[in-house]
Design a protein around this ligand. Structure first.
Ligand SMILES: [Zn+2]
Length: 389
């Protein structure tokens, strides 16, 4: 890490009281942190989006670590089903506002810090103003619309967006910071999956401790960015599989064509994210279902299966027999494809592959089909051993 995200002039006026010196003594005695690092933490302002599964451990440890201001944005009430993983809240808090419950718990841990509550939906209208007051954003949201919004706002405001997501027994985290040379969320996920293909915690379940691990990793990254130590998780995605107890690190590349952080951006202000994430795959291209693909495979029919996702997605999950050609490389590899036999194209959920089908049609391919619902649908309906992500 080249330096802290907190400018040095902000820490020069910060003092640590005797009580604070005692409270943070285990930080201060480390030569990598010292009082200087602790002052940076005290000067820092961190926003947690959500006081749920990821936001709970993040808020608890950021508070204990002594960040000067912790903002939390949420509008939900504590529900009994939350308590299995949202450890900010207790049984006595069921029915209360999550933010009020969070504030009580956090101030009990550390009354030295400022807790700022934003009791509203993190929306295109409110996000810019909220984020303006913070140095780092910890994205603890559980839906794609908020993730794209959080990403875009952080790109516009040139602030690091510490990403985390969990699904059943697996989770992943990275730091999106295009202003520090890394990719943004849109570079990696240019399109949202179709809404019906994305189960949330309520539909799919999640091992309660899993968001604990991912949320704490997000917190470690946040603290490192503030103190200015170590190698940040910029350009690297850390994937954790609890059942296998395996961490895998995947390299992420910046997309120079990215509509928000690329060389010729086309998005300069928040968009309508609900509409964006409600976009369905292009139904006007020739398509086959996952059942039909399975039948073709079982019947040993001659056809080619092309996967147009990115290499890191191919590493996470793949359909046997598929050839990887990322969407951005389809045009240059089109001449190598067999024109005599049918081509089935798939991606994560069917949208990128629909684009690839169009592209191949424009190059004269007539026997090319989109796999409806992508590898997600394959995993749901045909082969559950293929991991979902
Ligand atoms: Zn980008």
């Amino acid at each position: 890490m080249k330096g802290s995200v907190i400018e040095s002039e902000r820490t020069s006026a910060v003092r640590l009281s005797t009580a604070e010196l005692q409270r943070y003594s285990r930080h201060l005695i480390m030569p990598e942190v010292t009082a200087e690092g602790q002052k940076r933490l005290k000067a820092a302002r961190v926003l947690c989006i959500g006081a749920g599964g990821l936001g709970s451990p993040a808020a608890l440890y950021l508070t204990a670590a002594g960040v000067g201001r912790l903002g939390i944005v949420d509008f939900d009430k504590v529900d009994l089903t939350n308590l299995q993983r949202q450890i900010l809240h207790g049984t006595k808090d069921v029915g209360r506002s999550k933010l009020e419950s969070a504030r009580d718990r956090l101030l009990d841990i550390n009354p030295e810090i400022e807790i700022k509550l934003h009791e509203c939906r993190f929306s295109s209208e409110s996000a810019g103003q909220i984020v303006a007051d913070y140095d780092v954003v910890v994205d603890g949201s559980d839906n794609f619309a908020t993730r794209y919004l959080s990403n875009d706002i952080c790109v516009f405001a040139r602030k690091p967006n510490v990403y985390g997501s969990v699904f059943r027994f697996e989770g992943q985290t990275t730091v999106f910071a295009s202003h520090l040379g890394g990719p943004c969320y849109r570079c990696i996920f240019p399109e949202p999956p179709p809404p019906e293909s994305v189960p949330n915690c309520a539909q799919a379940g999640v091992l309660g401790v899993l968001p604990g691990i991912i949320g704490m990793l997000q917190t470690i990254e946040t603290i490192k960015l503030i103190v200015g130590i170590g190698d940040p998780l910029i350009g690297r995605l850390l994937h954790f599989d609890a059942l296998k107890v395996k961490f895998r690190e995947l390299k992420l590349r910046r997309d120079t064509q990215c509509p928000v952080c690329g060389e010729n951006p086309t998005i300069f202000a928040p968009i309508d994210y609900d509409q964006f994430c409600g976009v369905r795959e292009d139904r006007s291209v020739p398509a086959i279902s996952v059942q039909e693909l399975k039948r073709k495979m079982d019947a040993r029919e001659a056809f080619e299966l092309i996967d147009v996702r990115e290499p890191f997605e191919f590493e996470i999950a793949r359909i046997d027999g598929a050839t990887l050609i990322p969407l951005g490389e389809i045009a240059e590899h089109a001449d190598e494809l067999e024109r005599e036999q049918p081509i089935v194209v798939h991606c994560h959920s069917g949208m990128r592959s629909a684009q690839a089908v169009r592209l191949l049609q424009q190059r004269g391919f007539t026997n090319v089909y989109n796999l409806e619902g992508g590898i997600d649908a394959w995993s749901d309906a045909i082969d559950p051993s293929v991991p979902k992500y």
